[in-house]
Design a protein around this ligand. Sequence first.
Ligand code: PDD
Length: 281
Amino acid sequence: MLDPLVYLNGEMTPLSEAKIPVLDRGFIFGDGVYEVIPMYARRLFRAKQHMARLFRSLNAVGIHNPHTEAEWMALIGKVASAHPADDQLIYMQVTRGVAKRAHAFPEGVAPTVFIMTNPFVPPAAELCENGIACATMEDKRWLRCDIKSISLLGNVLAAQYAVEHNAMETIQFRDGYLTEGSSSNVWVCKDGTLMAPPKDALILEGIRYGLIEELCETAGIPFQARRMTREEVLAADEVLISSAGRELLPVVRIDDRPIGNGKPGPVFHKLHAGYQEAKKA
Ligand code: PDD
C-alpha cells in the first residue's frame, strides 16, 4: 500500500512513521485548526481563499501562524508533488503545540504543523444523477462554528447519526433554523431562488459558499442569504450540499420525505455544470 510522504514540523516523513508527542494540545484538548484544499490536475483549487480561512482560524484562536502564505504554498507543494495522484485532497492542521497539560495557553511553545494528502475521489456519478438522502438533528455544537477547529466531536456525532439513519449527511438545525451539515454547507432552492444561511458564527463559511454565489451570478440564479426554518427546508424545490470533498450534491430525501419531485433539479444541474467548468479554469 502507498505510504505517502507527509510534512510534520519541518520534516518530510512517510505517513506511517509520522508521530506526535501525546502531550500535543491537539491530542489533549482538540486545540488546533485545519484546512482541506482540493487539487485538480496538480493545481490547487481556490488556494487563496483556503489560506485566508486558515489564517482567520489561527487568528481567532490565538495560535501563532508559523509561516507566510508563500511558505505555506511551498510546503503544500512539497507534499503534493511527492504524491502520484494528479487530483488530491490536501489536509493541513496546526495545533498549539506540545506542553504540560493545563488548559490556558502555554508560553514559548511552537505550534505543531502537519500536512498530508490523499487522492481526490469525486463523488460517484450515480449520486449526482439520483441524489442523496439526509437525516436531520438539532445542532448541538459550540457557537463558533465559523472557526475551522479540529475539535469536531459535535460534527462527528452528527456524521455518525447519518450513518445510523441510512443517510449520506446530517442536516443540522439550531432552535428550528437551518445551520449546516456535519461537514458541508446546505443550500435551499425555492421558486428559482437559491438560499443559504447567513455567513455568521453558526456555520463554517465553506470555500464553496463564495464559489456557488459566483456560479449563481454567472448562471442568472438569484441568491439570498437568510435564516430558514425546518419547514421551509422540507418544502423546498431543491436542496444541495457542498464541501471540498463532496463538491456539490443534490439532496432528494430528508428524514424519508421527498424533496421537490424527489429528483435532482435544474438548479443543481446548472450549478454542477458550472462547478465542473470552474475546476478546469
Ligand atoms: N469540511 N461546514 C462544515 C462543518 C465543514 O466541515 C465543511 C467542510 C464545510 C464546507 O466547507 P468547504 O466548502 O470549504 O469544504 C462546511 C471539510 C471538507 C472536512 O472537514 O473534511
